[in-house]
Design a protein around this ligand. Structure first.
Ligand code: SAM
Length: 286
């Protein structure tokens, strides 16, 4: 099957033909390195029986590769000016449905039910970088029936999202990601692999969704409230940050740390998800 969607001259020809203008506000950096889409689409988890949700089609370079592997691809694209281009570039595929709407305003659970039925579903995308975290958090927090999320993000975002507890980059997002999934950084992609080239290196990350959670706070909501409060003032100790952000007496926060066997001077990035769960059970009981 021929696929010249990574050809810069074809992309420019399409843009001229349909009067398409790259829109920075939508994070439009399209893949032109022919080895990148196969590495995203062909990694474990997609076969002729499975469904894929793609976020942001661009001119359809990844969409078409996914359609060659999967039973069905449903793609969400915010920019309706791509519609005539996609009508041309994806014309040969009868297993792709493009829905022109904002992913952040989409009821994805309903979409999965309507479009995929009982099929195993995963998410693959070269994400618009301006909304990487909101998209990932939406996909995780809605407890969707998906197997994995394999997406391209900025390298720095990948490090934050996949940071292990105790590492310098650990933060509220890495803990949330670990609660819902097993994250890994798969490979890096250079700016020259995109048109127009972004200013930064990119990384493909893979989040394998946990079917069973391995941390069980009394209240998920309270654990995330505590995590948010702890990282609200970076470089502060857990005690100072939490007592300031949740208006709790320092002595109460210190006694929760002691009860959990933790150092009173501990910094939030050193705490594991399990420790946050235990601390929220003690500190936030409403
Ligand atoms: N998949 C294509 C590729 O790799 O060449 C395009 C990737 S480009 C980085 C991001 C795509 O997401 C663009 O097509 C952009 O218009 C689309 N996009 C941006 N914001 C979006 C949103 N809120 N909902 C859906 N799509 C969005």
């Amino acid at each position: 099957m021929t696929n010249n969607l990574t050809s810069l001259s074809y992309i420019k020809q399409l843009s001229r033909k349909y009067g398409f203008k790259f829109d920075k506000k939508y994070g439009q950096n399209f893949i032109i390195n022919p080895s990148v889409c196969p590495r995203i689409a062909d990694s474990a988890g997609i076969d002729e029986n499975s469904g894929v949700i793609e976020i942001g089609t661009g001119i359809g370079v990844l969409t078409s590769r996914l359609a060659q592997r999967a039973k069905k691809v449903v793609a969400l694209e915010i920019d309706t000016s791509l519609q005539p281009i996609l009508a041309e570039t994806l014309a040969e595929y009868d297993n792709i449905k493009v829905i022109y709407q904002d992913v952040l305003k989409t009821d994805i659970a309903r979409l999965i039910k309507q479009e995929f039925g009982d099929m195993p579903v995963s998410v693959r995308a070269n994400l618009p970088y301006y909304i990487t975290s909101p998209i990932i958090m939406k996909l995780l927090e809605e407890n969707l029936s998906i197997d994995n999320i394999t997406v391209m993000v900025q390298k720095e975002a990948a490090a934050r999202i996949c940071a292990a507890a105790g590492s310098r980059e650990a933060g509220a997002i890495s803990l949330a990601v670990q609660y819902y999934s097993r994250p890994q950084v798969c490979f890096n992609v250079s700016p020259g692999s995109f048109y127009p080239p972004p200013k930064v290196i990119s990384s493909v990350i893979r989040l394998d969704i946990k079917k069973e959670k391995d941390v069980h706070p009394a209240s998920e909501k309270n654990m995330f409230r505590l995590i948010k409060a702890a990282f609200g003032q970076r470089r502060k100790t857990f005690v100072n940050s939490v007592s300031a952000n949740l208006s709790l007496p320092k002595a109460q926060v210190e006694s929760a740390l002691s009860a959990t066997g933790l150092d009173l001077m501990v910094r939030p990035e050193k705490l594991t998800l399990k420790e946050f769960a235990a601390l929220s059970d003690i500190l936030l009981t409403d």
